[in-house]
Design a protein around this ligand. Sequence first.
Ligand code: SF4
Ligand code: SF4
Length: 303
Amino acid sequence: MLVHDMIEVRFHGRGGQGAKIASRILGRSGFLAGLYAQDFALFGAERRGAPVVSFTRLSAEPIQQRGDIERPNLVLVMDDSLLKESPAQVFHGVSGATPIIVNADPEGLACAVKELPAVKYFCIDMQRLAHQWIGQSFVSAIAAAAAAKCIPAIKLDQLTEAVRSEIAEFGLAPDLVEKNLAAARAAYDQTPSIDLARAPKLEQDFPAAWQAVPYLGTAQFAGPTIRQRGSAALRATGNWRTERPVIELAKCKRCFLCYLYCPEAAMRLDAENFPHVDYDHCKGCMICYAECPTDAISRRMEL
Ligand code: SF4
Ligand code: SF4
C-alpha cells in the first residue's frame, strides 16, 4: 500500500453471519500492522437474516473521512443470495475492475454471474470452510482472512492475533476461538493474490436496480409509505436462512406453539392440524425449535 493510499473494504452479509465482526477483525489486523483503522456496521432491519453491511478503512495516514464506503477497493459478499437482492446494494460504487470475493461454491457462482454485472469475481467457499473447521456457518474470521490476504501490509500473524482477540471478545469458548483461527488460516491460504492497487477508481456506476426516495423532511413524511396491503407474503424471506427447522411429525402433539410463536407466519397447519414449514418464508430464526415442548423440531444447516 502506498503511503497516501487508503484501502476501503465493504462486507455484505446477513444478520447472524458476522459481517460486523469480520470488519472488526480486518480493522484490528490493520491496526496491529501499524495502520490507521476504522470499522463500523450498518444493520438496516436488525433482524436475523436481513442484509447487513459493514466497512473497514485502512490507511498509513490518519483517516479524516467519515461515513459509508461509497467507492470500495474490495467487496466481500458473505452470502451469494445478496448478489441478486437489489436492496443489499452489493454493486453500489463498484467498477468493472473492483474485486468481489463471494462466499459460494465455484459451480454455483459461475452460473449466477451470467446474469450479474461484469466485475472481477473471486470465489471462496466460506460456508464449506466454516463447516469443515468450525462446525457452524459462522464465516466472520474466514471473510476477514480473505480480505486481509489482499492487503500486503497485513501479515498472517497480525490477522491471527486479531481473530483471537475479536472472537474471544465476542464471548466464544476457547475451543471455538481455536477453530475460528484454523478456519482463518485455511481461508488465508486459499485466497489468491488480488492486487487492489491496480483496481482503478470508479468511472461509471452500474445502474441501480432500485429507486431511492428523496428525503423530504418530517413535515412531509412521518413514516414509510405503504402502497399495497398484504404484500409481506411477496417477500421471500426463505433466502435469509442459515438453518432450517425440520419437523418430525411422529413426535408432534399438535400443541400449536410453533404455529403461534412463528414471527413470519411461516408455520402452516394441515387438515389434521399438524404443522408444516413454509420454506419460502421461514427465515430460520429457530423460535419454533426453542418453543416445541416435545423436541419434534430439529435444526439443520442450510448448505
Ligand atoms: S424458524 Fe420456525 S419460527 Fe422461525 S421463521 Fe422458520 S418456521 Fe417460523
Ligand atoms: S410446537 Fe412441537 S409439538 Fe407443538 S405443534 Fe409444533 S411441532 Fe408439534
